[in-house]
Design a protein. Structure first.
Length: 317
């Protein structure tokens, strides 16, 4: 059953009517309703188009958080062949909020690292809703260093509200682990491409998103703090999250204009969750294009290009 966001209620009502008519038709309890279904489908499509033509930053935030959006495991299953996951940071434990391993992307060996939020209650708890602990970032460092040693490019898939802020995570050096992971992104001599597939929250995102090319899905968000967190700090009122989202410039459209990211991947009408396979295929094409643009660069040129990219952010607006 499709899950609708609050602002999609007009579409939900129309598609509910369509489903009811189809059920009646299947049971033979109604006269021919083909024409009525067609009329309602046209009306629902028009309503969806009108809504998605004028989305606010807060509505985009809700879409980015939609539970049915494709996750890390979906991208790996469709884009990566012979994927071999690797676990553990060799220091403390395995962290299921960040997954990673090696495989082949369009015939090329790659390392893949990303946040996994989970798709149901049990898996969300197991993956801690995509909020990584220090061992998750130390695992990411281990994988990036392995990729660098064997001259294998890195793909990062970002989808997290932020790093886990629990006491245990802080005791084990959360800030240091994030900093080391960011440093590893900057230091590797192989090309890396990051794709923000949902939420790109704070240091939890930048720890694996400091890449030569940073791409975003059309309705993803990328910010230094969540809108709720910003509202709590700025106005002492988390209910003003909508105001914060509007003022923080967290959408892909804002960030490409500020040159914080390098490309925006269009989503189907209604968001990535309505056509996940199409979105994943488009993401694969964009990642392949990004890697092709770095073909032939030396290791030092890869590092210099990446560092210059991040040093340039904010210099010219």
């Amino acid at each position: 059953m499709r899950s609708y966001l609050e602002f999609e209620k007009p579409v939900a009502d129309l598609e509910g009517q369509i489903q009811e008519l189809r059920v009646l038709a299947e049971r033979g309890e109604a006269v021919d309703v083909t024409e009525e279904i067609g009329r309602l489908e046209t009306k629902a499509s028009q309503a969806l188009q009108e809504i998605y033509q004028k989305l606010t930053p807060w509505q985009k935030t809700q879409i980015a958080r939609h539970p049915d959006r494709p996750h890390f495991v979906d991208y790996v299953a469709r884009l990566i062949e012979d994927f071999t996951p690797l676990s553990g940071d060799r220091k403390f434990a395995e962290d299921a909020a960040i997954l990673g391993g090696f495989g082949r992307f369009r015939g090329q060996s790659v390392a893949v690292i990303g946040h996994e939020k989970g798709s149901d209650t049990a898996s969300r708890i197991r993956h801690n809703f995509g909020m990584a602990r220090p061992e998750g970032y130390r695992k990411a460092v281990r994988l990036m260093e392995l990729a660098d040693r064997f001259d294998v490019p890195v793909i990062s898939l970002v989808d997290t509200a932020g790093a886990y802020p629990g006491i245990g995570a802080e005791e084990r050096g959360q800030a240091e682990a994030i900093a080391r992971s960011t440093e590893a992104c900057l230091n590797i001599g192989v090309p890396n491409v990051a794709l923000i597939i949902g939420e790109g929250g704070s240091g939890g995102a930048i720890a694996i998103a400091t890449a030569n090319r940073v791409l975003m899905l059309e309705h993803a968000i990328y910010s230094v703090i969540s809108p709720e967190g910003a509202a709590s700090i700025l106005w002492r009122d988390p209910a003003r999250a909508q105001d914060a989202a509007t003022n923080m410039k967290i959408t892909a459209q804002d960030l490409i204009r500020f040159k914080v990211i390098d490309g925006v991947i269009p989503e189907p009408l209604g968001g990535a969750h309505r056509a996940p396979e199409a979105v994943i295929d488009a993401a694969g094409a964009a990642i392949a294009e990004a890697f092709a643009g770095m073909a032939g660069l030396s290791r030092e040129e890869v590092r210099r290009q990446r560092r210059e990219k991040f040093l340039a952010i904010g210099r010219v607006l």
